[in-house]
Ligand binder design. Sequence first.
Ligand code: IVH
Length: 730
Amino acid sequence: MARKVSPKEPSNAATDDPAAAYRALVEEIAEHDRRYHAEDAPTISDGDYDALRRKLVAIEAGHPEFVDDASPSKRVGAKPSERFSKVRHRVGMLSLGNIFADEEVEEFCTRVRRFLGLKTEDPLAITAEPKIDGLSCSLRYVDGVLVQAATRGDGQEGEDVTANIRTIAEIPHRLRGEAPGVLDIRGEVYMTKEGFAGVNARQAESGKPLFANPRNSAAGSLRQLDPAITASRPLRFFAYAWGEADHPPADTQTGMVEAFRRFGLPVNPETVLCRSAEELLAQYRRIEAERAALPYDIDGVVYKVNAVVLQARLGFVSRTPRWATAHKFPAERATTVLRRIEVQVGRTGTLTPVARLDPVTVGGVVVTNATLHNEDEIRRKDAREGDTVRLQRAGDVIPQIVEVLVEKRPAESKEYAFPTVCPACGSPAEREIDEKTGRQDVRRRCTAGLVCPAQAIERLKHFCARDALDIEGLGDRQIEQFYHEGLVMTPADIFTLRERDRRSLKKLKDREGYGDTSVRNLFASIDERRSPPVDKLLYSLGIRHVGRTNSKRLGRRYGTFEAIRAMAITAGARTAGGDTAEAAEAKAEMENIEGMGSAAVDQLVAFFAEANNNAVVDALLAEVTPVAMEAVVSTSPVSGKTVVFTGTLEKMTRDEAKAQAERLGAKVSGAVSRATDIVIAGVKAGSKLKKAAELGVETLSEDEWLARVGGATPEEVDEPDSDPGDDARE
Ligand code: IVH
């Protein structure tokens, strides 16, 4: 961003008093920073600004006693546009499944035992520890030295917060003792309740907005572009897990955490090793009773199978481990009045009812909206405008209405009628019928597609959003404004904006709220996005079920955008008699991409079957050039293979073996035939092994099989089989 040249010269802050001159200079720089960063309206040139900073550094060199933490020289001159760079986690950062009821603790233990094939009398050690309410981070130590730190992000890719993490006093820059060559420490960055109160007091003093709770405050403090701000906030850390680790220092959860402690990392002192569901529950009760007295916020207790080998055998389902779970504390509740029910129209046309509430505090956060999910839910609860309702809020999620207090209902109250036409465009809003089950979808959708302004606007917002094309300067408000004025109706219009503005008499820069600089910045950030990676471009189109993960899968499989589109069009080709063989094959091929699922393929095919959508995409492709990805046909050595397990397996149970093979994209069958690719023969394998030999099918011992699939990287194994990010903006 260039700084606008000021009509007035930068002041010369020299007086006879060097301390006063220094203070004046600090103030002057702070004021330019504010104009530049907060207002996007600098009043001096970059060169003049740099001269001021050089002068500051010169004074500081001569008078170190003047320097304090607030000095602009302590700040890295990060522009707000320079966002954090991305870090790919070598081993995915997963989240935990939740349980709430006491009985579920027993169920968790039983599930683990069943999966491992343990008998009731076999011992099974599980740890119980507090679930810290902060944000998880991965700290990478190489030869004992902290080299990188990243936030969790979407679990596969996080933000590089190394400089900020380095400001946290209790995180060692070098591990003590004999640390492994590579060790990713996973843990929680948090703020104590006291630290949070202090931060908010300072925010209030300086007239800045307050943080809602310690977790938000910790997140806001860590994700600062300026590490000096992070340094001024009382952030803390607990290490509780690990990612990539060569030569792991221990073979149990407790042993690993003990090793972390020896390395000089802070670990939570409340962790206890338990031998039964009863002991776990007793620890849950103890920790719950101590919750209020603990210096930091917790929202539950985490249980983890102690033996690392068993953790590995249990593996993951989707994005959550089978070997651990979070036993959450009951959600906090409050009562308030539901004033209005508003219906919002999402990117794919879904009508979502939102309850507008009288403000009320639940668990330390002021709540004014709650989700009502869908029309069936409203009917089931008989929620009406004017009702008094009980709310609950658990962790980060949007508050929910638990029940309606019917006894407080006003006499004139009327049952709520859910709209059957789209509130944005008046077109019919319908509930789809699931072809397979014959059941009505819970969601009602506007049928107008992109003709509906609400859908078109939401799609444009999605297109420009951070996790999509990430076009800075085109925020929700601008998109709405540009859409209503007819300036930007489809994604391609964004990229022709500059050229049209050049020819137009009504220039963007002459509008209220705009200026030379902001318009120039907007055009620059649009230009920066003219070569998006294939997966980003696909994701940004906002096709249902084609979220970030599925877009990556498609990009990785087919390489170019046109190849993906061609596959989808082939798969959608129909003859009068039904699907052509080629279409069926194309569809099956896409469905066989590990983790894809048929719903996403159906939506992709449906999208490219529409002439309208293709026209929108063609126009867009005339403006942007997607960058191809490296196409990888198969991500695992056994993907697409049909395998049969026979005999007694010794390293894993049948269920485990099956789950693992399927995770790697293999099809597990019970019988050997010509279609079988591999037979894995355990101890005492009999007729199936014989048959395999007769048919010339490859046979592997259990160890040979493990060696073969062991070649798959953990990331491939961890790849989730659903895509919760999809429709997330709805
Ligand atoms: S273990 C594979 N232990 O909870 C599981 N997580 O919902 C690795 N969290 O993203 C996580 N306290 O941010 C673990 N003692 C604890 C935790 C904990 C808080 C958070 C963490 C994670 C989330 C999972």
